[in-house]
Design a protein around this ligand. Structure first.
Ligand code: CDP
Length: 230
């Protein structure tokens, strides 16, 4: 048995976190949601009035980065670690549309990325980790033994995200959700610092037509093939 690192990247709402959580729990690995970290920094910026739709006090946020402490605490009932921003559980709050609207702007800032990537690399230094995001296979763990790149049509992705919003009782329209998904994809793929791209050695999975079970079995099999190697 070999201890490995699993990197799952892809566009917004492709089901990365679903598959990453399932894999981590099956393999008894740690799951890290890197997007939650960018969302938590965004929430901090919103709480301190450093960002809104109209303006972004980028330099101030960079100055404030030293005061932003992010951690994950395992929640046994949920089966994964929830994110804490300066010791406050923000797991639910960071998923709302207000944060979704601004997060890609915050994630473009190289100083923010440097801080979060460093922490992510620390969390994965002993392997046995499944991390999902946009730059995990390219920047955070370029040597990851298994890299997955998830895709699905924008419509399908927006539908999934819209259903999540509805379940939480958030007041958003489908159109708004679709626009947000497309807007973030655009910023994430065109930014200068670590844009979202498929790593050369990543395996692409389009899950538009796959059930949750089918997608899990596909990725789990790939993981076992590597873990079983001497
Ligand atoms: O859940 P969803 O796929 O919509 O997004 P997320 O994983 O929560 O990430 C939110 C945002 O954080 C993304 O749209 C990116 O702008 C940014 N992000 C990033 O730049 N790099 C990562 N490794 C993870 C997220």
């Amino acid at each position: 048995m070999k201890n490995i690192t699993i990197a799952i990247d892809g566009f917004s709402s492709t089901g990365k976190s679903t598959i990453a959580k399932e894999l981590a729990s099956k393999l008894k690995y740690v799951y890290v949601d890197s997007g939650a970290m960018y969302r938590a920094v965004t929430l901090y910026a919103m709480q301190h009035k450093l960002i809104s739709e109209e303006r972004f006090f980028k330099e101030k946020l960079i100055d404030e980065l030293k005061n932003i402490n992010l951690s994950f605490k395992f929640n046994a009932a949920l089966g994964f670690g929830e994110i804490y921003l300066n010791d406050v559980n923000v797991e639910t709050e960071i998923r709302n549309m207000n944060v979704s609207r601004l997060v890609s702007k915050v994630a473009e800032v190289p100083e923010v990325r440097r801080k979060l990537v460093e922490q992510q690399q620390q969390m994965g230094k002993n392997k046995c980790v499944v991390m999902d995001g946009r730059d995990i296979g390219t920047v955070v763990f370029p040597d990851a033994e298994l890299k997955i790149f998830m895709t699905a049509s924008a419509e399908k992705r927006a539908k999934r995200r819209f259903n999540e919003f509805m379940e939480r009782g958030e007041q958003v329209t489908f159109d708004e959700t679709l626009k947000n998904v497309e807007y973030r994809d655009h910023i994430d793929t065109t930014r200068e610092d670590s844009p979202l791209v498929k790593a050369k050695d990543a395996i692409e999975i389009d899950n538009s037509a796959l059930t949750r079970k089918e997608q899990f079995e596909k990725v789990y099999k790939l993981a076992l093939e590597i873990i079983g190697q001497d």
